[in-house]
Design a protein around this ligand. Structure first.
Ligand code: WT7
Length: 662
């Protein structure tokens, strides 16, 4: 844990009350309703969660115990209850009149769209599940899903859930090496992938990368590679290992009895970056996780039967799990599943798609908003005012702080000043929203995620775990366990404890890894950024150490240090300081080598980890004990002058050299 400096509270003073018409119909219809829920949780924590779990999920065997804290921080929720996640998301909708309701509107990269009803999705998932079973895949097995946005991707997740297999979705932009590492760590028995993916009019490989990952070795647990035919592109097939999805499922029965599992059964593992070491396999439960995914659809998104909901995330990230694959289906919503990118065929794609499908709830990342602001400044024809956005009634953001200017643009230009914006703060580890305005209740302040959801005991403490007063920055923690929290790190319970429940804080508080500050008057939370060596680039989480390891794995590189640099569009960008084993390159040589290293990182981790900038030095700034002074590198990356005392440095002269691009 590095220390957070005390910050001045946010200067933002504009307050936007929840629009009256919205509040009047909202699920949580005002601050009194919000406060009543908070009071209920405070008075009887287990009673509160027990009530919600009974009301929001269908249990095959009811639970008798809400929370087991005996082996804290390995908390258990609803542990003697049995349920099936896919049953809750699909069968439940067939029974309550949603069978012919559209579950998914698939909007393909090329603009074609397909509607899939709950009945059709149920059938697809049952056949898929039976297909997996026919290959011997069973409860507790791990299955890797390496697919792009598709109905089949969502069906693959649901099919695993149906048979009790634990899925691990790997984002389609990760490299063969990243995929291989995840396959090995998870000990997966199968990979589900597609021949290729379509992005921005281009066919990009998926199956070829799976082949490459498996060829890297160590993946002996993999028995099957199941391939969804998306493009019909030319791919290599390995006899006895690879099979087409359609061949596997076409003749299967459309009924598949769900595998009833304990509430604690691991629904999925999702790898995410930490400050050190390899990515962590964040393990989530079935019961507690689904409860929160479903409930936050109602509380944060005010989902109603006639809504058309669209979350632009990818199933490769947690947002695509909780707010595409599971939450919306658990509440019987109609949602858009979007294959493409925001700038194809032009930067009006989001707005055009909202108009086309009459989207009423729209959830995206600040980085997308910022890039679309820029695009519409350059080309007025892609400005939202050119599109009929009158169907929109609620907007949301996720993944990184939203700057007040972008918030105001979203509010006025997309939301016509009548749509609440929910700025949802959460993490892969939290399973669902933690701190967010409730759209019919909480007065909004641009740039603030406002207040914790009822039952979420968020607080700000100092490094000893003591509460800090409002107006003073500190470390964001959650003081009580909650149902959708991370259960452990797959294969690494010690790392789970030390990462999230550090002894320094008493071992009982969940450490989010973010700094935060509460407003003196309102108590509103503003996230001030990560307190560890984790970067947030376009809402994607990257560990600086991972990028450094990738760089030093290149035979030319002697040493590397990676820091974040504030970026107008992507929030942060990656800046790498590199020492080569050969003489420091300059001019065109430096440019050529920088390009080579950027491509190297793309190959090692994935294109999202490419440093935007690489500066070469003869050395890195180090203390006399050899510790790299990343703090100084951050100042240099920003292009600012170093004002700190550098007398303890071994080699202060190096700072001059690293000031700008080589
Ligand atoms: C980190 C978690 C949440 C799902 C997608 C990202 C940052 C997330 C916000 C927000 C300020 C935010 C935090 C957090 N973050 N949402 N609304 N305001 N910061 O999940 O990859 O696990 O990243 O994203 O730094 O720790 P993730």
């Amino acid at each position: 844990m590095t220390s957070t400096t005390t910050q001045q509270g946010p200067q933002e003073s504009r307050i936007f009350p929840s629009p009256a018409a919205f509040a009047a119909q909202a699920t949580v219809s005002g601050m009194d309703a919000y406060n009543a829920l908070c009071a209920e949780a405070a008075a009887d924590y287990e009673g509160f969660w027990g009530r919600l779990a009974k009301e929001n999920l269908v249990w095959q065997k009811p639970f008798t115990k809400v929370l087991n804290e005996d082996n804290a921080p390995f908390y258990k929720w609803f542990e003697d209850g049995h349920l099936n996640v896919s049953y809750n998301c699909l069968d439940r909708n067939l029974q309550n009149g949603n069978a012919d309701k559209t579950a998914i509107i698939f909007e393909a990269d090329d603009g074609k769209s397909v509607h899939v009803t709950y009945k059709e999705l149920h059938e697809k998932v049952c056949k898929f599940a039976n297909g997996l079973k026919s290959r011997g895949i069973k409860k507790g097995d791990r299955v890797i899903i390496y697919m792009s946005m598709s109905v089949e991707g969502v069906a693959a997740m649901q099919a695993c859930a149906r048979i009790g297999a634990t899925h691990s979705v790997v984002f389609g932009g990760f490299s063969a090496k990243s995929l291989q590492e995840r396959i090995i760590d998870a000990g997966a028995v199968a990979v589900i992938t597609a021949d290729e993916q379509m992005r921005g009019g281009k066919q990009l490989p998926l199956k070829a990368i799976v082949d490459e990952a498996l060829a890297l070795g160590g993946c002996d647990t993999i028995k099957d590679v199941i391939v969804y035919k998306r493009t019909g592109g030319n791919i290599n097939f390995v006899a006895g290992r690879d099979l087409w999805l359609h061949d596997l499922v076409d003749n299967q029965s459309a009924e598949c009895e769900p595998e009833w599992v304990d509430a604690e059964h691991p629904l999925f593992i999702l790898y995410t970056s930490g400050s050190t070491g390899t990515p962590k396999g964040v393990q989530h439960s079935s019961g507690g996780y689904l409860l929160w995914a479903a409930l936050t659809m109602k509380w944060s998104f005010d989902i109603k039967p006639n809504d058309v909901y669209w979350c632009t995330a990818d199933i490769g990230w947690v947002t695509g799990h909780s707010y595409i694959a599971y939450g919306p289906t658990a509440v019987g919503a109609t949602q858009v599943v979007f294959e493409g990118i925001p700038t194809f065929p032009n930067a009006g794609r989001f707005w055009g798609t909202i108009a086309k499908h009459k989207v009423s709830i729209f959830y995206t990342a600040p980085t997308a908003i910022r890039s679309l602001i820029k695009a519409s400044d350059l080309d007025a024809s892609v400005h939202p005012k050119n599109y009929d956005l009158s169907s929109v009634r609620l907007l949301g953001t996720v993944g990184e702080p939203i700057n007040p200017e972008a918030w105001m643009w979203y509010y006025t230009q997309v939301g016509r000043e009548v749509c609440p914006i929910v700025d949802t703060f959460w993490q892969t580890e939290t399973g669902g929203h933690m701190i967010t305005p409730l759209p019919g209740a909480t007065p909004m302040v641009p740039g603030s995620c406002t207040l914790p959801l009822p039952g979420i005991m968020a607080a700000i403490v100092d490094e000893s775990g003591a509460d800090v007063p409002n107006g003073q920055g500190g470390i964001l923690v959650v003081k009580r366990p909650w149902p959708s929290m991370i259960r452990t790190i797959w294969n690494n319970p010690d790392r789970f404890k030390s990462s999230y429940f550090p002894e320094e804080l008493g071992g009982k508080m969940y450490l989010a890894g973010d700094g935060a500050i509460r407003n003196k008057d309102t108590g509103y939370f503003t996230i001030t950024g990560r307190i560890d060596d984790v970067l947030n680039v376009s809402g994607h989480r990257m560990g600086t150490m991972e990028i450094e390891s990738a760089l030093v794995a290149n035979p030319l590189v002697a040493e590397a240090a990676v820091v974040g640099k504030p970026d107008e569009t992507t929030g942060e960008s990656i800046c790498a300081f590199v020492v080569l084993k050969q003489a420091r390159p300059t001019g065109d040589d430096a440019k050529k080598l920088a390009l080579e290293l950027r491509n190297w990182v793309a190959k090692e981790i994935g294109p999202i980890a490419k440093p935007k900038e690489i500066r070469f030095g003869d050395n890195l700034p180090k203390t006399r004990s050899g510790k790299i002074m990343r703090r100084l590198l951050r100042v240099l990356a920003k292009g600012e002058t170093i004002t700190q005392d550098v007398s303890t440095l071994e080699n202060p002269a190096i700072l001059e050299q690293l000031k700008e691009a080589s």
